[in-house]
Design a protein around this ligand. Structure first.
Ligand code: SF4
Ligand code: SF4
Ligand code: SF4
Length: 303
């Protein structure tokens, strides 16, 4: 990262909840991961939507990392990286997600200076190593620091020349005040394209193929066509919105790492035994269309 970028990064800014938040997309969303992760109680829900109290927020970045939808704009704490090695400091340790991203960017070693590595950092790396094992990747190595770790130093002439070169491109990035988002940086599906971090299951006897889940899934994991319903969890963020909004409680999402797969369920065309109309269903054993089924269960309810 350039000098000008580093300086601009140090300027004050505030974390912000973006429209990509599941609770902005639907009032049925039950996501509370940002709220649960904030140890400063700086996040509250107003009319069901998360609001950040900037008086309380310490900009630790926990909510940014925990948000499955990458819907919180802001920066993560700066990490000390030297020659592709992560240096443990006294600061807030990185999250598992952050470590998995750093790993794919080539940072595969944790260096520590004290006699024993800070417990929180060790725990974070150990949990990241558990995930890497499930992803069939070699673990992070943990090493004791050897020699001095020096900060990069520049002469005034070098600094001026670097700033001049960077100024133009950096100003372009700043232009619409959107010059840096971390949400892309934290999308694990981009860094692990052959794996999925969730499993999406569909109860074909309950699903009415109403397409509500398909319309709300921002990752295009759910595709209903004339012939089938395909679930592909590789891009799934685990936002749980499909599960929360499904009126039939037909879809469930759970966290699990496995090689990426697509699952297709066939759609059958059948004739309703009550109203004789043609309808589509995922269940071959189904003999009534959605409307007749609903009417029937409503009638039973009224009795
Ligand atoms: S974690 Fe993200 S998606 Fe969930 S409520 Fe907070 S901002 Fe919205
Ligand atoms: S899983 Fe639920 S929301 Fe999605 S199409 Fe089926 S019934 Fe509709
Ligand atoms: S499949 Fe469901 S949990 Fe996964 S990203 Fe789409 S809406 Fe969210």
């Amino acid at each position: 990262m350039g000098l000008l970028n580093r300086w601009i990064e140090s300027l004050d800014y505030e974390f912000r909840v973006l429209d990509a938040c599941s609770r902005h997309l639907s009032p049925l969303s039950t996501c509370s991961k940002c709220f649960d992760s904030c140890t400063e109680a700086a996040i509250t829900f107003v009319s069901g939507k998360p609001i950040i109290n900037h008086e309380k927020c310490t900009e630790c970045g926990d909510c940014i990392v925990e948000c499955p939808a990458q819907a919180i704009e802001g920066f993560l704490p700066k990490r000390m990286i030297h020659q592709n090695q992560l240096i443990a400091t006294d600061e807030h340790p990185p999250s598992i997600r952050e470590l998995l991203v750093l790993y794919k960017k080539g940072v595969k070693t944790l260096i520590y200076e004290q006699e024993v590595v800070n417990t929180d950092w060790k725990q974070a790396v150990s949990e990241a190593n558990d995930r890497l094992k499930q992803l069939n990747e070699p673990p992070f190595s943990i090493q004791r620091k050897k020699g001095e770790i020096k900060e990069e130093k520049y002469t005034r002439r070098e600094v001026f020349s670097i700033w001049k070169k960077e100024a133009q491109s950096t100003m372009k990035q700043i232009a619409p005040a959107k010059w840096r988002f971390n949400h892309r940086e934290l999308d694990l599906s981009i860094f692990y394209p052959n794996d999925q971090f969730t499993i999406i299951s569909l109860d074909t006897s309950k699903c009415t193929t109403c397409k509500a889940c398909q319309m709300l899934c921002k990752k295009n994991c759910l595709q209903i066509t004339e012939t089938d319903f395909t679930l592909s969890a590789q891009r799934c963020s685990g936002c749980m919105l499909c599960q929360d909004i499904c009126p039939e409680k037909a879809i469930t999402v759970e966290e699990k790492i496995q090689p990426a797969v697509k699952i297709s369920h066939s759609l059958y065309t059948k004739e309703c035994t009550t109203c004789n109309s043609k309808y589509k269903t995922l269940s071959i054993n189904n003999d009534k269309c959605v409307m007749c089924k609903k009417r029937e269960s409503f009638g039973t309810f009224l009795k």
